[in-house]
Design a protein around this ligand. Structure first.
Ligand SMILES: C[S@@+](CC[C@H](N)C(=O)[O-])C[C@H]1O[C@@H](n2cnc3c(N)ncnc32)[C@H](O)[C@@H]1O
Ligand code: SF4
Length: 374
């Protein structure tokens, strides 16, 4: 099983917190970018040996793609790759781009899953975040998607926002549950370097929420969605009736995938590769530019580190079989496992070591404690 990620590096405007790769001044070269993405799809067709189980249009803002642009990219995928008939084909969509016509186009093109960036239901927050939509559009866009027959819908929310109150957060969760979406991704606000948010925090224009309040909101998120039947299957992801994201699972299960487009990452079990995060350099590749991506062979220690980093984030945990295949735990690591189990942060499922709900809060620092250096 493998996946294809296609990065669409365009956004209508810059959200204050976002450090993903995108440009807001792309109209003059959008056609050239699409040709370039298609060319990379063709160029790398031999890299994937197993059938494609998921195709993911991420960004940036893939919902800005025109009908012909989206279908020509998908045609290129079908021309060069063996795509399973039940493949998950996801498009990330911003609420302001979702109209009945657009949704019909996506359906006709073959998109079968939408990941919608609702983020918040508070207009004041959506405003300082510089989002292009309001809370009314949040509600309407999901109904629009249902009305054209989409039923596999995931929504993104951000908690831990500076003025977000517990009662408001509960209200947002109630709203998304009420919408009947099958999947929720909820992220705690991260203050990323080189963003307007970071600048505003440094200049005391925005006071971040305290860590204890962020933890309180994470706990509410987990308990509320659990009560409503959603399975907390990864630190930030919740699924109803096992509607996991196949695409994200391939990352966490360390399956092979190729990432197409500027800034996109690829992985094949032995190497990692990442394309340059610059639209013009990316589009000039093959002519003047030779170094349009970087690649590294994974050392034994990085394979080990990734096993813990990805495994401990999910309910499937770190497989004991994999640990054994990589030479087993050292005495020190076995002691650390015992400490975590005694503390209630980890449990032994028989086949794997899995973080408990309390452990999940510290997934990254716990996995780091198992990191090895070459
Ligand atoms: C590639 S981004 C955005 C997709 C889409 N363009 C949108 O804006 O809805 C994917 C998700 O990451 C989350 N995200 C991005 N930056 C974040 C930050 N600084 N802190 C927390 N979550 C963030 C948002 O929930 C966002 O929907
Ligand atoms: S959050 Fe989404 S829309 Fe906003 S700048 Fe980032 S990628 Fe673009």
């Amino acid at each position: 099983m493998s996946g294809i990620y296609i990065h669409v590096p365009f956004c209508a405007k810059r959200c204050t917190y976002c450090d993903f790769h995108f440009s807001t001044t792309f109209s003059a070269y959008r056609e050239r970018m699409i040709l370039s993405l298609k060319d990379e799809l063709s160029l790398r067709k031999k890299e994937i040996k197993t059938p494609i189980q998921s195709i993911y249009f991420g960004g940036g803002t893939p919902s800005l793609l025109r009908k012909e642009e989206l279908s020509s990219l998908l045609e290129m995928v079908y021309l060069h790759y063996h795509v399973e008939s039940d493949a998950e084909i996801t498009l990330e969509a911003n609420p302001e781009n979702i109209t009945k016509n657009k949704a019909k186009e996506w359906k006709l093109a073959g998109i079968n899953r939408l990941s919608v960036g609702l983020q918040s239901f508070k207009n004041d927050d959506l405003k300082w975040m510089n989002r292009g939509h309001n809370k009314e559009q949040n509600k309407n866009c999901i109904n629009t998607l249902y009305s054209v027959g989409f039923d596999n819908i995931s929504v993104d929310l951000i908690y831990g926002l500076p003025d977000l109150k517990v009662s408001e957060w509960k209200g947002f969760l109630k709203k998304v549950v009420g919408m009947g979406v099958k999947h929720v991704s909820a992220y705690c606000l991260t203050i990323e370097d080189k963003t307007k948010l970071k600048h505003d925090v440094e200049n005391d224009k925005i006071i971040p929420l305290s860590e204890s309040k962020q933890i309180e909101q994470f706990n509410i998120l987990c308990s509320f969605l659990k009560e409503k039947g959603y399975e907390h299957y990864e630190v930030s992801n919740f699924a109803l009736n096992k509607n996991y994201s196949k695409h994200n699972r391939s990352y966490w299960d360390r399956k092979e995938y190729i990432g197409i487009g500027p800034s996109a990452h690829s992985y094949n079990g032995k190497e990692r590769r990442w394309n340059i995060s610059n639209n013009h350099t990316y589009m000039s590749r093959g002519t003047k530019i030779k170094n349009w991506y970087n690649q590294e062979e994974l050392s034994r220690s990085s394979i080990w580190n990734e096993l813990f980093l990805t495994g401990l984030r999910t309910v499937w945990g770190v497989s004991k079989k994999e640990i054994k295949r990589l030479g087993g735990l050292t005495n020190q690591e076995a002691k650390e496992i015992k400490v975590l189990i005694d503390r209630g942060d980890l449990f032994d499922s028989g086949k794997a070591y899995v973080l408990s709900e309390t452990g999940l809060l510290f997934a990254d620092s716990i996995s780091e404690s198992f990191f090895r250096v070459s």
